[in-house]
Write a protein that binds this ligand. Structure first.
Ligand SMILES: [Fe+2]
Ligand SMILES: [Fe+2]
Length: 146
C-alpha cells in the first residue's frame, strides 16, 4: 500500500454529515478549494514563487475567503434564528478564522509569506476540525427542530 495523506483523499470522505444538505455541499466545495490551494502552496516549499504562482494563489485564496465568509454567515443566520446554544462559540471561531485569513491575504498580497508546514494547520486542519468537531454539533439540534 502506498502512503497517503489525508489531503490525497477526496474531501467528501473526510467530512462528517452535518445534517443540512446545503451546508454539506458548501463544506465539500470549501474543502476542495482549500485542497487545491494547499496543493499549489506545497510545491512552493522547495522553490521560489514566480508571478504565475502568485496570480494563481491570489485567485484561489480570494475564492476561499469569499466562499468561507458567505458560508459562515449562512450558518450563523440559521443558528441564530433557531436559538442554537452553540451560536456564540461558533461565531467566535468563524470570526477568528476570517480575521487570520485576512491577515494571511495581506501577506500574500505583499508577497511576504512563506508556505511552511504550519500553514497547512492554519487552513486545512482548521477547516476539517471545525466541520467535524464543531459544525457537526448542530446536526441533531436542527434535526429535532424540523
Ligand atoms: Fe460550516
Ligand atoms: Fe461553522
Amino acid at each position: 500500500m502506498s502512503p497517503s495523506t489525508d489531503q490525497e483523499q477526496a474531501p467528501s470522505c473526510l467530512l462528517k454529515d452535518v445534517g443540512v444538505m446545503r451546508f454539506n455541499k458548501e463544506h465539500m466545495r470549501l474543502a476542495s478549494y482549500v485542497a487545491e490551494f494547499q496543493e499549489v502552496v506545497d510545491t512552493l516549499k522547495t522553490r521560489e514563487a514566480i508571478i504565475d504562482d502568485w496570480r494563481h494563489i491570489d485567485a484561489l485564496f480570494g475564492r476561499i475567503l469569499k466562499v468561507a465568509s458567505s458560508h459562515f454567515k449562512a450558518e450563523e443566520e440559521m443558528m441564530s434564528s433557531q436559538s442554537y446554544p452553540g451560536y456564540e462559540s461558533q461565531k467566535k471561531q468563524h470570526d477568528k478564522f476570517l480575521d487570520q485569513m485576512l491577515k494571511v491575504q495581506d501577506d500574500i498580497r505583499g508577497r511576504k509569506i512563506k508556505f511552511k508546514d504550519d500553514f497547512k494547520a492554519l487552513l486545512w486542519d482548521w477547516l476539517i476540525n471545525h466541520i467535524n468537531q464543531v459544525d457537526v454539533g448542530y446536526r441533531d439540534f436542527f434535526k429535532n427542530k424540523s
